[in-house]
Design a protein around this ligand. Structure first.
Ligand code: CP
Length: 354
């Protein structure tokens, strides 16, 4: 594959990339992971390059892995916190001397640095589904440097790369791997759909047999479902949706139970913009929790995955998430998964920021 096709590109959604390109990213990530483990210097790759990071939301993993990753490649991260900078905003959302139009921010940063990474979902865009991705795409339209999506209201592509790299490391293949992405209960309804949507796109794109499980009210974006069906058709693999937590775990090699917002949370036309109703709906499904009994339904060698942070005691019991012993049967791989954020992000930065 011609790697020069990567240089200068944005990384906003997996759907903008081909399966072959994603495989190249995983190859580069594994090479960088090996070099890091062997202590082989690789800080020449992006020496002197600057990554701007703009977080509209909280983050531990994304913030630390991007900052560590660019430093390990020889560059530097600069965080531009909304509120400390004039908060980037689209036309119609501007407030005098408080915000700055995205087109201006993007063009200024393009004169000084080498990539702009953005996280935005939920409250900063008033739960208007798609508004955050629209803003990130507007950054990309105006910027002359790559724009990286650190999670928006539709997708979390770097999380999905880390997820599939972890699965590949555990099973050595994607073919025949039974992957279950499931909703699980959390007392907080303020969770975007980004992680499950990117996870099922990545899993079907790579050819796994995918089950999506959720209560009826927790449906995902129909466009994402359509893309997954098409990937499964092209790969000769399977994709199904079920509304039964335990049924979905049966025989799975990978289970990935986590909460995401019900459709009621989003403003019309997608939902009704009613957080109180969303909470009532959520509270109907408190028994959707990863327990040892749930794990026992899966394949005896199954792995438990979660993007973290996990809502312990609600989404998952401690005895599941903390069972990281590789010699036990089913086990949790959440810290391998978190570490792989570092390696996949280094790979994408190395490919697009050269
Ligand atoms: N998984 C993930 O994106 O974690 P953070 O919210 O801590 O960045």
């Amino acid at each position: 594959m011609k790697t020069d096709t990567f240089r200068g590109r944005d990384f906003i959604t997996l759907l903008d990339w081909t399966k072959e390109e994603i495989e190249t990213i995983l190859d580069v990530a594994l090479d960088l992971k090996r070099r890091y483990a062997m202590g082989e210097p690789h800080d020449h790759i992006l020496r002197g390059k600057i990554l701007y990071m703009i977080f509209y939301n909280q983050s531990l993993r994304t913030r630390s892995s991007f900052a560590s990753g660019i430093a390990q490649l020889g560059g530097q991260a600069i965080e531009l916190a909304p509120g400390q900078i004039y908060t980037p905003a689209l036309p119609g959302k501007e407030v005098a001397y408080s915000t700055e139009r995205v087109s201006d921010v993007a063009r200024v940063l393009s004169r000084m640095g080498n990539a702009i990474a953005i996280r935005c979902y939920g409250n900063p865009v008033d739960w208007v589904y798609g508004a955050a991705q629209e803003m990130i795409r507007n950054f990309a339209y105006w910027a002359d440097i790559p724009v990286l999506n650190m999670e928006d209201d539709k997708c979390h592509p770097f999380q999905a790369l880390a997820d599939i790299l972890t699965i590949y490391e555990k099973f050595g293949t994607f073919k025949g791997v039974r992957f279950t992405m499931s909703w699980a209960y959390s007392p907080s309804v303020h969770k975007p759909r980004a992680v499950p949507q990117s996870a099922i796109v990545a899993a079907t794109m790579m050819g796994m047999d995918v089950t999506l499980a959720h209560p009826p009210e927790m449906e995902l974006d129909p466009e994402v479902i359509k893309a997954c069906e098409e990937f499964a058709r092209r790969n000769g693999s399977s994709f199904r949706i079920v509304h039964d937590f335990e049924e979905a775990a049966k025989g799975a090699h990978v289970v990935y139970p986590k909460a995401w917002a019900p459709v009621q949370m989003f403003k019309p036309p997608v939902g009704v913009g009613d957080p109180k109703l969303a909470q009532e709906v959520f509270d109907r499904y408190k028994d959707w929790k990863a327990t040892p009994e749930y794990m026992a339904l899966a394949d005896p060698e199954a792995i438990y995955m979660h993007c973290l942070p996990a809502d312990r005691g609600w989404e998952v019991e401690d005895s599941v998430i903390d069972n990281t012993n590789p010699k036990s049967g089913w086990r949790s791989v959440v810290f391998d998964e978190a570490e792989n954020r570092l390696h996949v992000q280094k790979a994408v930065m190395a490919l697009v920021m050269r």
